[in-house]
Design a protein around this ligand. Sequence first.
Ligand code: GLN
Length: 484
Amino acid sequence: MHKDTLTELSASLGARRISARELAEYYLERIERFDPALNAFVTVTPEQALKEADAADRRIADGTATPLTGIPLAHKDIFCTAGIKTSCSSRMLDNFISPYDATVVARLKDAGAVLLGKTNMDEFAMGSSNETSYYGPVRNPWDHERVPGGSSGGSAAAVTASLCSAATGTDTGGSIRQPAALTGLTGIKPTYGRVSRYGMIAFASSLDQAGTLTRSAADAALLLQVMAGFDANDSTSLPDPVPNYPDELQTPWEKLRIGVPENFFDDGLDADNAAAVRASLEVFEKLGATIKNVRLDHIHLSVPAYYVVAPAEASSNLSRYDGVRYGYRAEGSDDLLELYMRSRGEGFGAEVKRRILTGTYVLSTGYYDAYYLQAQKVRQLIAEDFARAFTEVDLLAGPTTPTPAFPIGQKVGDPIQMYLNDIYTIGANLAGLPAMSVPCGFVDGLPVGLQLIGPHLAESRLLKAAHYFQLETDWHRRLPAAYA
Ligand code: GLN
């Protein structure tokens, strides 16, 4: 059962081969058995899950079910869930229970999905390895000594180890695609504004976007169908109608022109990882795609630009955590300033403080022009490079990460090394483009990902390319031996 994709489970539920309750009990039992070693979950919600599963079974019986009714899911602990702790894996929010559901949570609930719990993540989604969590690192199911990628590492580990059928994630600079690549999953970050950010705790608001971690592109299409679409509660939500993603997958293959950004294949890219990506381009050629080299002239500036813009926005967004209104409050302060300083000093971890300091610095008088404004100009140049490339090609393809999963602890002491993991993913966020990671091979027994990037609102094209690739390959069907 746990080897099935969401699409397959949905068919089994629809045909009454299994009930939603049986499915929920099965996955809850796996969480109990395997999660202590993985640390993928911050909160597990068995009672609520079983209640939702019973409601799903009633819907299936009375004919009002959707394809997601009864599907066991987990949400990254950045999405607000009414009545269930939403911590963002920070001490600051360790006691926070949201009074409302994020739009993503509400829409999936309405569709009848069953919530099993909330997943571990880098604190406030700041990280590439899931090592900045207040609750400790998440372990990669392929090798427990290695990171699962971040910041949606708990969601990635949970799906990889089949502790749930699929999970939500968020991607500000690669946090869905990178963990997907390092755990052998399919991850999609939609176009900026395609999925509502309402109730998704803000990190860098002009970059944050919600998406999914699943076993297959077909699974992602089913989830995105429900998650995407205009939301009046998010002022950056796109009004464009949502295509029928699952139906679009079934349409005949059109001959795609795929661009390969040659500057992605630089010295920093592991040679075997590069070979796996090149081999997957041959699969697309066999499908009838034409492959063409393209250049993204400013992409090498994406990491420095991002690490100015994202901390700047984070420093502003995180100013709301003051120890007064909600969240962590330090005991025994004599005055208000001390309360602020001690609550923030004790409530935030080291990486979050580093971002707040950097962000405050680059926004300060005298430095604003030199850093923040300059980074915004570079961001514009990067977006223009992508726009130019998309006048010649339909999709871009390249690596998701420079290397397979690295050992826990290897990069924590060196923030620059950690930031460089995002080198291939950040560009799509800076330009607001939809992008995916699809499993494309193994290096020393560890999965690696192929990244596909599309023009704005080309989610259907991305999902379809990934789906056709998955009809030709079986990388996405492999499971780590301990969880198979
Ligand atoms: N690794 C990047 C960062 O730490 C991206 C994180 C994300 O996408 N949330 O900022």
